[in-house]
Write a protein that binds this ligand. Sequence first.
Ligand code: CO
Ligand code: CO
Ligand code: CO
Length: 318
Amino acid sequence: MDIRYDPNVMVGLGVPDDAGVYQLSEELALVQTVDFFSPNVDDPYSFGAIAAANALSDIYAMGGRPIAALNVICFPQKKLPLNIMEEILRGGSEKAAEAGISIIGGHSLKDDEPKYGLCVAGLVHPQKIITNAKARGGDALILTKPIGIGIINAAIKAGIASDETTQQAIELMSQLNRKASEVMMEIGVNACTDVTGFGLLGHLHQMTSASGVGAHIILSKVPVIPQTWQLLKEVGIPPGSKANFDFLEGKIDWDSNISNEERLLLCDAQTSGGLLISIARDRSDQLLETLHSAGIPVATEIGEIISDENRRIRVSKK
Ligand code: CO
Ligand code: CO
Ligand code: CO
């Protein structure tokens, strides 16, 4: 069989979604993803936990239930003590345990700079997959974690983030999107993606492009980690976030009273960010209330999907 035309591929390379989906039977599809990166925090245990939460997030964004994972690790064995690698792996495996899964294998490689992440397998009912391609005009847009992590990570790297800010960022990045995903599957939503490297507007742009719709984001409603504004002034915008901003040039209709800093922040590259959910208006209050009582108080409606064949994204202040 020509694998390019394997009819069991439900979500594959041709579409920019969070994970691949492969149908196994009438009632079961396999969701697969791999994600790994270089340390963004000093503490190896926290780095392991963050990388694992980030990798698992793509399964949650598809509405999947993770079942098992593999470690992917690069490590400079001659430059760094081996117990650092052990701490990274311990952070990863404890996060996997929190997600209710085991790490059942993996692969390691010598490399000048450490890198770590997971290859995760999950399951979903083939009719219940949540892609980023089915957002509909009138849907409410819900975000489940605040943004600003990219800027805070840059401040951590520059050594100007306070211990408290660093700890808060670690907690946020380590937080699984499991509960948020379970709640969205219980209520029923139209589309979802997790907010990671392309930033809030970059991932929204993937959703609106794939769905053939426009969107309206209300800046004052977007949850932002409070210290971000000050740290943005001090460290400037990280290169990855600036690249997102440049990519989106001409694709966003900014209201003129939105500052350059505010524009950059909405494009800030996130690590292990929250879920961006598109849900029918008549169910959005129920989704928010259930997310709040499930221990995700920050979940907020940040705007809506607009029927617009030109797929424009408008950002207004209020
Ligand atoms: Co993703
Ligand atoms: Co990913
Ligand atoms: Co191997």
